[in-house]
Design a protein around this ligand. Structure first.
Ligand code: ZN
Length: 321
């Protein structure tokens, strides 16, 4: 199961106690995935369609609780992917159906369609602060998605309607979340990109399991990055030690060839011998073997390098003369 559908499963299980919040959640889902159908006989019915089974079940239950009307759930095969299913929640034409439209703000009390429809019909539904989180949850169940936190931090709502995108952005702002809007083929995407903001939203709308998963991933990612940085740093140090040691060994071999190690002072001869015997040791390790300080060993090895350089220059001079 994808991360997004497990988040939706979580959200579909959240049950609001307040009627106002249940209506807000249903209205948001309706605005994302709902349609109004008018038949030849001027009968009106309403459908909600989704590929997410738990969301369909939730909307079916909400519709029955809120409106106490005959409600159906119909399962179709997806025309795109035949193994996928599409769930349709339908409130068929019946007496009292206009109360649904009135409560969603689509009709006024005299059963006249709202002029602003489909403009800002959500206005009265989210007038109360408590309903904002419920509205965002309904919108996410209807047309939200979230990336697996292992891959990226990204949560979005897709809506074909610009007004609705702006409304969602305003609701996010009410929770101090900075949602951005971008145009995508056929509509608008309202999205959050920061892990902290995504967690905050999930906490508000009720997906605590997803929130924990993102937090865990974030900690693991941070640890992984820290370890990688440390390993890289160590590798760089080892590389530096190996390179210096190889240069020193080359110098010592040159001295041995032209001068012989026995021609060196006892302290330089000892340093040369220790370096030849311990090519992988660091400066500090060689110093410890000789029982002297780091700077002392550094000084001796530098003297050896300088001596080798001098011998090389002399050799070249001799060749020229
Ligand atoms: Zn409410």
């Amino acid at each position: 199961m994808s991360f997004a559908s497990s988040v939706k499963d979580d959200l579909a299980r959240v049950h609001c106690t307040r009627i106002c919040c249940r209506l807000a959640e249903f209205a948001a889902f309706f605005r994302m995935c709902g349609s109004i159908h008018i038949t030849g006989g001027n009968k009106i019915f309403l459908t909600l369609t989704t590929e997410h089974a738990a969301s369909a079940r939730k909307m079916f239950t909400l519709a029955r609780e809120l409106f106490a009307l005959n409600t159906e759930i119909i399962i179709h095969r997806s025309p795109r992917l035949r193994k996928n299913r599409i769930y349709e929640v339908k409130i068929p034409a019946q007496e009292g159906i206009n109360t649904v439209f009135a409560r969603l703000g689509l009709m006024n009390a005299n059963e006249i369609w709202n002029e602003n429809f489909p403009g800002d019909f959500s206005g009265q539904i989210i007038a109360k602060e408590c309903c904002c989180a419920a509205y965002l949850r309904g919108a996410f169940l209807g047309a939200g998605s979230i990336s697996d936190p292992e891959a990226a931090y990204h949560l979005e709502f897709f809506t074909p309607d610009k007004n609705h995108a702006e409304l969602l952005q305003k609701l996010l702002l009410g929770l101090h979340l900075n949602g951005k809007i971008t145009e995508r083929k056929g509509g608008y995407v309202v999205y959050l990109k920061q892990a902290e903001q995504i967690c905050e939203l999930l906490a508000h709308i009720g997906s605590h399991r997803a929130l924990l998963e993102i937090e865990n991933t974030r900690v693991t990612k941070e640890m992984r990055n820290k370890i990688t940085r440390e390993v890289n740093c160590e590798t760089a140090n080892v590389d530096k030690t190996v390179k210096a040691s190889m240069e020193q060994i080359e110098a010592i071999k040159l001295i041995d060839k032209y001068l012989g190690l026995s021609g060196l002072s006892p302290s330089l001869a000892e340093a040369a011998q220790l370096r030849l015997e311990n090519p992988a040791s660091s400066l500090a390790e060689l110093a410890a073997l000789a029982g002297i300080g780091r700077s002392g060993m550094n000084h001796r090895l530098r003297r050896l390098s300088e001596l080798a350089e001098q011998l090389q220059i002399d050799g070249e001079q001799r060749l020229k003369n």
